[in-house]
Ligand binder design. Sequence first.
Ligand code: ADP
Ligand code: MG
Length: 700
Amino acid sequence: MTTNLQTPIDYLKGVGPNRADLLRKELGIYTYQDLINLFPNRYIDRTQYYKINQLQQNNADVQVIGKIVAFKEVAQKQGKRLVATFQDDTGTMELVWFRGQKWIRDNLKLNTTYVIFGRTNLFGGKFNMPHPELELIEEHEKNLRSAMQPVYPSTEKLSNKGITNRAISKIIQELFIETGGRFTETLSETLLSELKLIKKSDALFNVHFPKSQELLAKAQFRLKFEELFYIQLQLIIKNLIHKSKIKGFPFEHVGDYFNTFFNNHLPFELTNAQKRVLKEIRADLGSNAQMNRLLQGDVGSGKTIVAFMSMLMALDNGFQACLMAPTEILSVQHYNGLFELCKILNINIKILTGSSKTSERKKTHEALENGELQILIGTHALLEDKVKFKNLGLAIIDEQHRFGVAQRSKLWHKNTSPPHVLIMTATPIPRTLAMSVYGDLDISVIDELPAGRKPIKTVHRYDKNRLNVFKFIREEIVKGRQIYIVYPLIRESEALDYKDLMDGYESISRDFPMPKYQISIVHGKMKPADKDFEMQRFIKGETQIMVATTVIEVGVNVPNASVMIIESAERFGLSQLHQLRGRVGRGAEQSYCILMTGHKLSNDSKTRLQTMVKTSDGFEIAEVDLKLRGPGDIMGTQQSGVLNLKIADIIKDKDILLSARFYAKKLLTEDTSLSKTENEVILNTYKALGKYKNIWNYIS
Ligand code: ADP
Ligand code: MG
């Protein structure tokens, strides 16, 4: 009989109520199962010993054999530290404790041989090891040592309370003894043999007690694969259920609106990528299932026209469409752009935002409900309960990361049956991450810019070169171009940032005086109407310079603007820099992006700036961003499982992820309901993961 792995951790030998409590609080370990899935962060070689005269500065994970010959207490600013003199036949070093000193004094013996383990520092010409792990030599020799000793995740509190790495290793050992090391297999025979994976029990044993480097690698591979496989399985199943459960409106025909526009009024030749994406959307809209698609396309790749033509498909089938954007400025811009196209086609389009007048609003509500109104553009205002459609067939969301998932679903519920949903984002997400974060959506990518666009020239300039930069601005203005100057706005230092912006504005006003130069300023503290007024002056070309905070980051389209100057560029994240740069390079003229910084730059800042100068490929930039920041900061990852991965690493284990997704898809294609006997083990594991919501009813 196998032990029930749901047994609370308190029942394990060596884990009393106190320890159990700490394990729960500090590491989230409640059950045997949780403990077995506490995977080492890394492995260290405990067969190696150093002599004190071999130590080097900042040596991590060194082991030394020797004796404590003296203790002393040293007063410091706050409290005192305990220092022991530790000696071997080559010299002496110090062991230092800042906490837990009483326990150390009471329990450690002088002139007795210990093995110490930890990280060394050089301080005052002498090596020291703060808070070493100590073991009596006899004890040390009894314990199993290997060249790959696991290092488990820990917290300060745990080590303070004596739950050291060694202690954790010991209780895991107990768990293996109690369970006999036999664990239920969680992957099918087919997968095991096809991928040459080792068995679950062997993998768990070798990840905790590696017998060899080779077996450790196999164990890690198997466990990473399993982890990613079940995440992908879950995402794909979610997508499948969605498609079978949520019936969409099939847009059966391509009609007059679409055809007339396509044949007679297309303002430019579509790029191949735009054509491909339109086909993908068309296929979704024509099927019985509700579309749930993410459209990724770099800034300026031409997502709007794709959105518009998708709306025409809805209109051709007698449905309404809406487009929701995160800001008023963007909504207005979309509205103005689409209004022109709608006029040609005789389509009724309106805009609804927070600043729409009550009387207008009423009219819009009515026209929407009786079906007169065909396309509605707007902000969050579209989500209000009062906004009722007659028959919303397609909802498009621009820049989705600004809207939460809850808001998205609110749009869905505006109908008896949810509309098709297209989410557009200009924040490229590395493929592997997209797969994990948006794995339940279908993804389309516009990976090609319209022809004839000149790449934006990007340079990095230090503040001391400002005069040259201003000279360059003047030359561009003489050529009739317009300039953006953007200041950072970070919530934590809003007041300071605001001051920077105002100081900057004043100094620019001095260098570019009226009436020869006109300057717009836009920032978050302005009333929407004032903001809009200033924006409009710039859009109409009445002002040559736009001084702004990042409110202009998203979507603003002024093709005549050819220079983007980013102040304190070192303070922006990569994706933000990339977004900002995307504001220029929209017209036929050569455009420039100038990254202004001070002299002192961190390594990460340098990497960001160099990346910007080197490439304009949004996906490449996103990859660097992911490497610099990890997945935690990237939009959407918080809600997804990628941050809770126990063993796999979304960045390093890309290939395993691709393979896991491939096999999850393959499995569901061959056995959608996982009803084949050979897949029973997968079904059971999947159910046990707690994601199971009787979903199989929907899939047949
Ligand atoms: P984004 O994907 O950033 O929303 P837009 O849809 O605003 O990009 O398009 C950027 C600019 O490129 C617009 O001025 C648009 O009219 C133009 N554009 C879009 N597609 C094409 C194309 N195939 N050929 C030429 N210009 C295009
Ligand atoms: Mg856009």
